[in-house]
Design a protein around this ligand. Sequence first.
Ligand code: UDX
Ligand code: UDX
Ligand code: ADP
Length: 469
Amino acid sequence: APVQVKKICCIGAGYVGGPTCAVIALKCPQIEVTIVDLNQARIDAWNDKDFNLPIYEPGLEDVVRAARGRNLFFSTEVDKAIQDADLIFVSVNTPTKKGGVGAGFAADLNYIELATRQIAKVSNSSKIVVEKSTVPCRTAESMRTILEANSKPGCRFDILSNPEFLAEGTAIDDLFAPDRVLIGSLQTQEGKDACESLRSVYANWVPTERILTVGLWSSELSKLAANAMLAQRISSINALSAICEATGANIDEVAHAVGYDSRMGNKFLKASVGFGGSCFQKDILNLVYLSETLHLPEVAAYWKQVVTMNEHQKRRFSKRVVDTLFNTITGKRIAVLGFAFKADTGDTRESAAITLIRDFVAERAIVNVYDPKVVEEQIWLDLEESIPQPLAATKKQVVIHKSALEACKNAEAVIIATEWKEFLQIDWTEVYKHMNKPAFVFDGRLIVDVPKLTEIGFKVTSIGRGDKA
Ligand code: UDX
Ligand code: UDX
Ligand code: ADP
């Protein structure tokens, strides 16, 4: 029979585990939720008395304020939290492998495996183990093998797949009212019972018809499929934006017209300088790798093209900047507004801004950067990793500023890389006064009012619009 969940442990206090389990604690006051991490600094930040939490996410602070210390706890005592729990979420990181077999494509499952082995080692009662991190199809099977081979007598482990579909920047809203919650289990009686236990946790706030229960592998593949198809829409609209630029069509008009088709829908059709984030590229590459190992090279090539197109979009944009500035930006000051991979997050993983800045630095420009939420230290870490020169050299070319206006001073061009709301309120007349002339604006997010800026005197270039359109 299904066990009634009283204590939950979440391994990994990152962008997924933190918000997800904080919301579970808020919505299920009868359940004690402990989120653990090996990273002491991260746990300290979650426990910070002034609520300077380790991740920025609208609404998160209120959730943590309401539940922390009541039935929500953050700790580095991993073993104890595992032992106490009847249900364990595994939400550790699964980056793309940097070396070895499948380097550049396959997911690095080392953290998942270590966490799984730890669960097997320290558990002295039965557990439901829930795979929450985005992982390649069949990871649950490997987890099951490890757990079964290492369990003590009287300890049963049931594995579930429960992929998270939240998007950063809207994580709390997404968790409060998810389109769906997906739970995958083995179709055995024990598997179905475990599934029911987790289902009844979500049933505290999610309507029954939105909780979908499927087989383990369907669940794992659905997560990769959802992200791959979302990313594919962006690459599709971005591919069309290139045609627009060459013909005088306007990508916003095209997207609007296409999106009216109810079979298509109007969301996720915004042309941009390229998608970023920790999931899209990683999950597509997982799918490519999976297809290849299944001897399906045409399928692999199909999905690979989505990432290739995204790389092309970023490249095309930086080339357009150089071309427009009379084929050279050497020694010129370029302001890059936005460093996060999208608005309302401080996360920079795979952000298009990183690629742009790398390109501008390679052209020997001076780059002024401003982002409302990304901390300076993170910007340097990202640039150190992506620019093939010592950080000291990069620091001679890149300057981080405290406001958009300041970043634009004496610049030849302004690049909008992230669609932060505050960039809608920029006083462009004031910016114009302080820029070198001719003053250029390159809108990588389609947020500026082109006629208004043109009237002020700017030369505006937008994604998906011909220069004369
Ligand atoms: C299509 C467009 O839908 C229509 O808007 C446009 O004006 C003309 O082209 P049509 O070709 O008549 O219309 O039929 P449609 O229903 O789109 O189906 C096209 C093909 O796709 C069919 O062979 C159909 O069987 C197939 N299909 C459609 C699928 O295999 N799966 C689906 O989910 C939908
Ligand atoms: C994504 C999925 O949306 C989410 O369901 C999954 O759980 C994790 O991956 P996330 O990466 O946080 O979420 O943000 P998302 O809003 O999907 O944006 C991803 C990237 O695509 C961003 O760089 C964004 O700017 C870009 N994007 C999104 C576009 O360029 N155009 C669009 O129309 C939508
Ligand atoms: P995501 O975006 O998937 O949440 P993050 O990198 O933000 O990824 O978070 C993953 C967290 O998991 C990190 O804080 C990391 O320290 C933690 N972690 C990884 N392995 C373990 C482990 N074996 N035990 C506890 N925490 C772990």
